[in-house]
Design a protein around this ligand. Structure first.
Ligand code: GLY
Ligand code: MN
Ligand code: MN
Length: 487
């Protein structure tokens, strides 16, 4: 017994029993969500750049059918989450440039229309915040039920600008008479929105993307914290997979391991469908089927981003499954690496994204000519067919202009070379696909490489792949049903 206590003491002091520490309350809930002060600050920042005498309407995303009467896991419109913290569907936020006063003399700067509480519905689909919850937890005093919007007395004609995003065409008109369909119809009627919108009119869909893009492109301290975490978690997934990956694994199994590690660190999901492409499959830029049952010894391209409290990373690593890059794989990998480094060097507050893109393209084009894969540099687009990167944040392809880099932007830099079978070059290059994708925070005089936790250099990757994994001895029994012929 004493021996056991001593052993337990050693294990505890070595921290081997420790969980990976998502911040927790005594109810075992995370404590590091965005706060109501954050969302209020974002609304104030929006008001500061809204045109005079304007109102902005932000609608929830529609729910979508997955199967018969089953819906896809709901994902809130990031704009609505950003400005309110509200995560439920069938809702509408109105943000006013100037303080408003209603007939009873209540003063308010925004109104949030939420889903009405409903015990029956909540038993099936989960607790609703309701108006009391919205007031208390989101700090929005003028919170009303969605079915109050119809008769709510608001004179939209007095505003010089009514700003909203284009409405999706295919929103279902459900049984509930205060669902998103009805909120949009009522808004169109109340605000007298014409069928055809002109760019100059007071009904302004263009400013919606401009204003939200200006704000969302520059990350606050709270957003940087959550993005750092999402990116680090994604790197942990890459590292665990590099150690565990073996030729007899399937693409789905690799996907599962990434996503297990994300969840182990408290990430709720992924910011986009995980891309696990072995060999030729890596040439499909957004390959998400992940159906290959044995990945074999070629390289595997893994583009996976954990979503943590609403913020998504976007990290790609391409690694040789057998632990060693072949001569050709090494040449292409090094070229993509050099292109990424060339782009990195240009980046800082005030730099032009076009310079980063050109630096990467030039490096790839020169390298492909040198390797004899193309004859002229202007053919490089055939093997590098996408842009260099994008903002990340609440969307994986986040809102905002890329033309000039600004401090506190968080972006990806993701050059790649893809040589599908049958390409017009020596066969030895066929089916090689490499993308290296990192996430960077732009700073005053350069950048911070948020995804430095996962190795990028050839030697570092080979070293990690050859390390032991906890999965090395993890065997499951074969399925009984799998023994039947033809199954
Ligand atoms: N994962 C999608 C992209 O890299 O843009
Ligand atoms: Mn990306
Ligand atoms: Mn990606």
């Amino acid at each position: 017994m004493q021996k056991f206590i001593a052993l337990a003491f050693v294990l505890v002091s070595l921290n081997l029993f420790a969980q990976p520490s998502p911040a927790e309350t005594k109810d075992n809930l995370p404590t590091d969500y965005l706060t109501s002060a954050f969302h209020e600050g974002r609304r104030d920042a929006l008001r500061a750049i809204m045109p005079d005498n304007s109102v902005m309407a932000v609608f929830a995303f529609p729910t979508r059918t997955f199967s018969n009467d089953v819906e896809y896991l709901y994902h809130q419109n990031p704009d609505l989450y950003y400005f309110s913290g509200y995560k439920e569907p069938h809702s509408l936020l109105l943000v006013f440039k100037d303080e408003q006063t209603d007939a009873e003399g209540n003063k308010f700067k925004e109104i949030l229309f939420v889903q009405k509480r409903n015990a029956g519905a909540e038993q099936w689909t989960g607790k609703r915040l309701g108006i009391e919850g919205a007031k208390e937890k989101l700090g929005i005093p003028m919170s009303l039920n969605g079915n109050d919007f119809k008769n709510y007395n608001i004179d939209f004609s007095k505003f010089s600008k009514i700003i909203f995003d284009r409405f999706p065409e295919d929103i279902p008109n459900g049984f509930d008479k205060a669902d998103l369909f009805d909120l949009i119809q009522q808004f169109k009627e109340k605000a007298a929105i014409p069928e055809q919108l002109s760019n100059q009119s007071k009904f302004d869909t263009r400013s919606y993307r401009d204003l939200t893009g200006q704000l969302r492109a520059i990350k606050t301290a709270e957003e940087k914290d959550l993005l750092r975490k999402a990116v680090e978690i994604s790197c942990m997934g890459q590292n665990e997979v590099m150690k565990a990956v073996r030729p007899d694994m399937s693409e789905l199994e690799i996907q599962g391991l990434h996503e297990y590690v994300h969840k182990r660190y408290g990430a709720e999901g992924v910011g986009y469908g995980s891309i696990i492409g072995s060999g030729e499959n890596g040439c499909i830029l957004h390959y998400m089927e992940n159906t290959k049952t044995k990945i074999g010894t070629s390289m595997i391209l893994m583009d996976v981003g954990a979503e943590y409290h609403g913020y998504t990373a976007d990290v790609t690593r391409t690694v040789p499954v057998d632990g060693k890059f072949s001569t050709e794989e090494r040449a292409i990998y090094q070229l993509v690496y050099d292109a990424q480094e060339a782009a990195f060097k240009t980046l800082k507050d005030g730099s032009k994204w076009s310079d980063a893109s050109k630096a990467a393209m030039d490096a790839i084009a020169e390298g492909l000519v040198k390797l004899g894969i193309i004859k002229n540099k202007n053919e490089a687009g055939r093997y590098y067919p996408h842009g260099l990167g994008h903002h990340i944040g609440m969307d994986v392809h986040d809102r905002g202009s890329m033309s000039t880099m600004k401090k506190d932007m968080v972006i990806t830099v993701e050059p790649g070379i893809y040589i599908p079978e049958g390409s017009n070059c020596d066969k030895k290059w066929w089916s090689i696909a490499v993308r290296i994708e990192d996430d960077l925070l732009i700073t005053e005089d350069g950048y911070e490489l948020l995804s430095h936790f996962a190795p990028r250099k050839i030697e570092e990757i080979e070293k990690l792949i050859n390390q032991k994994s906890v999965l090395d001895n993890y065997k499951l029994p074969p399925l009984e049903s799998g023994k039947k012929k033809g199954f």
